[in-house]
Design a binder for this molecule. Sequence first.
Ligand code: ZN
Length: 423
Amino acid sequence: MPTYTPRGRVLIRGANILDSTGAVPYPGDVLIEDGRITAVGSVPQEAAAGDDIEIVDADGKTVMSGLCDAHTHFSWNNSADLDGLGTMPVEEHLLFCLESAHTYLDYGYTMCVGAASAKPRLDVVCRNAIEEHRFPGPRYLANGPEIAVTGGALIPSITKFADGAEGMRLAVRELVGLGVDQIKLSMSGEEITGTLHADDTYFTEEEVQAAADEAHRRGIRVCAHARSAESVKMCVRHGVEIIYHASYTDAEGMDMLEAAKDRVYVAPGINWLVGTLYDAESFGYPQAAAEAAGYRHELETAIEGLKEMHRRGIRILPGGDYGFAWTPHGTYARDLQHFVELLDFTPMEAILAATAQGGEIMLRPDELGKVRPGYLADLIIVDGNPLEDITILQDITRITHVMKDGRFHRAPGQHHYRGLHIG
Ligand SMILES: [Zn+2]
């Protein structure tokens, strides 16, 4: 097993600090000691003294929190067809997941919320391996296979089937027993399946209630694939904490979300809609087919709904269901561009959603997502100003340093065993 070097002291000097409090970036230094940020702005000279300190000059660069992806699938294996998630043997699949985790961290993502795992233990095993420092990856909240009712599975080969209230309780209990951090209910359809429609709802009220109750009794959260208006309302009624997609939220659902905005997150996975509509042609799903299936309509409806949610102060987090051939791993920060260009977020709002609110959805708002004293040292250094050009966060050559837990995962000149040549 690799040995893990102790964490030293690091001084990042002369940076433009984007601290994710909402403050305009300001010039200054950041001191990191034993995995935590201990001073930000002006660092007292005596605090930064000593031979044991590593100095990083960051003139003209931005230092900011690592990013959060609120809808992560380590096990989505860049397949061009949905069943490819089910047919990959578990041994290769585990290796793929570890590579996904590595890729997230390479690209500056230090926080990820698992949104379903293609096989029961892939997420849990990866989370544990990362926490034990055996493999690099973001801080991760693990999920199990998504739960669906008979006839309501988007990808049957990766689904945990359950029916009725008692069936839901049993399924949740089994997944809790695997050690997941949250469970996923796949409540509505998805047009690319050809048969299950985005505005359909497959779960009954009793099934959602039972699944959510059972998860909450065991102290874990619930997330849901909920595209239809009815599924969004069921989520709010039964305390589902993380609502994925929410494309067809209606007026009543909008009011319900607003009333619940302190306890609910919406993570639209907006790049999935954009990519499936515009980028899937060379992988066998032409734009004309996507339009005929309704993806343009869904994208336009989702954009209007998400803008309204944003106006009402409902938390909307980036995270885009990455890991299909047309939405490959490594392109995660496309979400931030979509937030700015499609949803009318300011670049600062998009970054706060990916950092400070990332700390919130990770359930560690006082430790993750900000560059403030006392926070864990999960940082990136960016060559340039993402507030002026949000797309630079998609360019790995512009993310010169990635630090997690006070250690550099990536820095210029570091050997990188995956052969990723940066800069
Ligand atoms: Zn997903």
